[in-house]
Ligand binder design. Structure first.
Ligand SMILES: Cc1ncc(COP(=O)(O)O)c(C=O)c1O
Length: 412
């Protein structure tokens, strides 16, 4: 078999990125955890189901609860009412977004298994691989990111530079075949170095363990609803990539007995960005939670409560669309919310069109902001892209795709 490995060099990052603020915590059989590194709040899953905390490795990485806010500006622009946003973009002071909640369980699992290195996968600008790097470092694990090509954009460069800065081992492959072969080689190398196979985290962190992390977000939201921050949502808009976020939100909503419909907006052409995958993650996480705690509610995935909207992908994953970028601009102008062109802009574009078609009338609508809003430009300012393996250099020397919003306008 021919292997098309374009670049695969270990790069040591600048020390100023390695702010090792965390120690490893875990519950149950592993070590004793606390939440000092996070908000100090117990995890909502463990408040609702106390015995679970003895049974699942968990590492507190985020700052919760993430705010719930009214989207008053968009309500005005869209002549809609009952629009809210869940600010998971603020889930961590280091790097927010939807990955933090998944990684609190995934990385704790890695630590509990005595792993030394993580290996994860994504497109070159993957927010997920960056999140793994940020939080793996915090827990003393060495991150390795395996990437495949994607359309160029400013965020790709930023995400790569921060990974390099953190000392992440970066590999860029030209296609899926070469990444499979590359994975095997990286695993062998890791074994030889650490005496252990690395901890493999699937793209987007979407497996049963990661999906469980998202369930807690809905229990957190329930508390915010009880505090009067918003009514129970009738519909939730969320981007659909590797499906763990939407599946976890759907499971949390069902566990609470809500009638909420998840409107998942597909942002990837991967075969796995569909209802079947979301259902498998929902069922797997539900089964696992009930295995760990038989009193966890017995819930079923309902097709009618999980709509997948396929109309906003455009030319493919990470290809910006006019509607998506229009939504990014509108959210920034009207509510000061920063979205992105790959995920959240497309989901917001669907919400905007649905509002225009009257699909939100009389409903409480929640937009789940899955994109990081922490500005980390100060951390990457001194990093030279030449430090990255050569295969990544075109992202720094070639033009961005059309419709890109210049960095100075997007804020972070
Ligand atoms: C900003 C952002 N939003 C949404 C998603 C999609 O979430 P999921 O992969 O859980 O479907 C991703 C995945 O990488 C992401 O980076």
């Amino acid at each position: 078999m021919i292997v098309f490995v374009i670049g695969s060099t270990r790069k040591n990052g600048a020390e100023h990125c390695n702010e090792q603020r965390g120690i490893v915590y875990s519950y149950g059989a592993v070590q004793t955890m606390n939440r000092e590194q996070g908000s100090g709040m117990p995890h909502p899953l463990f408040i609702a189901y106390e015995q679970l905390k003895q049974r699942i490795p968990f590492a507190p990485l985020g700052e919760y609860p993430t705010p719930v806010e009214k989207l008053s500006g968009l309500e005005g622009a869209l002549q809609a009412s009952g629009l809210y946003i869940k600010r998971d973009d603020k889930s961590s002071y280091d790097y927010g977004g939807n990955k933090v909640r998944k990684l609190e369980f995934l990385l704790a699992d890695a630590v509990s298994k005595g792993k030394k290195q993580t290996v994860t996968f994504g497109y070159a600008g993957s927010n997920h691989s960056l999140a793994v790097a940020v939080f793996a470092k915090r827990l003393g694990l060495e991150p390795i990111s395996l990437h495949i090509p994607q359309p160029n954009a400013a965020y790709v460069r930023k995400n790569l530079l921060l990974q390099a800065c953190l000392g992440t081992e970066l590999h860029h492959y030209s296609n899926m075949t070469s990444i499979y072969v590359g994975t095997v080689l990286v695993m062998i190398k890791s074994f030889l170095k650490t005496g252990k196979l690395p901890y493999l985290i699937p793209p987007g962190g979407s497996n049963v363990v990661g999906t469980m992390g998202m369930v807690g977000s809905v229990l957190e939201l329930q508390e915010q609803i009880e505090q009067g921050l918003m009514p129970e949502p009738d519909v939730v808009y969320v981007p659909l990539g590797s499906c763990g976020s939407a599946a976890g939100i759907a499971l949390g909503a069902k566990a609470l007995g809500w009638k909420t419909q998840i409107r998942a907006v597909r942002v990837s052409e991967r075969k796995g960005a569909d209802r079947k995958t979301a259902r498998a993650l929902f069922d797997g996480a539900a089964r696992n939670l009930r295995r760990l705690l038989p009193t966890f509610p017995s819930v079923e995935f309902a097709d009618e409560d999980f709509e997948v909207n396929h109309d906003y992908l455009g030319d493919g994953y990470a290809h910006f669309t006019k509607k998506g970028m229009g939504a990014v601009k509108l959210a920034a102008e009207r509510d000061g919310i920063r979205l992105d062109g790959t995920y959240t802009g497309k989901a917001m574009a669907a919400l905007i069109d649905d509002a225009g078609e009257g699909r939100l009338a009389g409903k409480v609508t929640l937009f789940w902001n899955t994109y990081n809003s922490v500005d980390f430009r100060d951390k990457i300012g001194k990093i030279d892209f030449q430090q990255l393996p050569k295969a990544y250099h075109p992202y720094f020397t070639e033009d961005d795709q059309p419709l890109e919003i210049p960095l100075e306008q997007e804020g972070t």
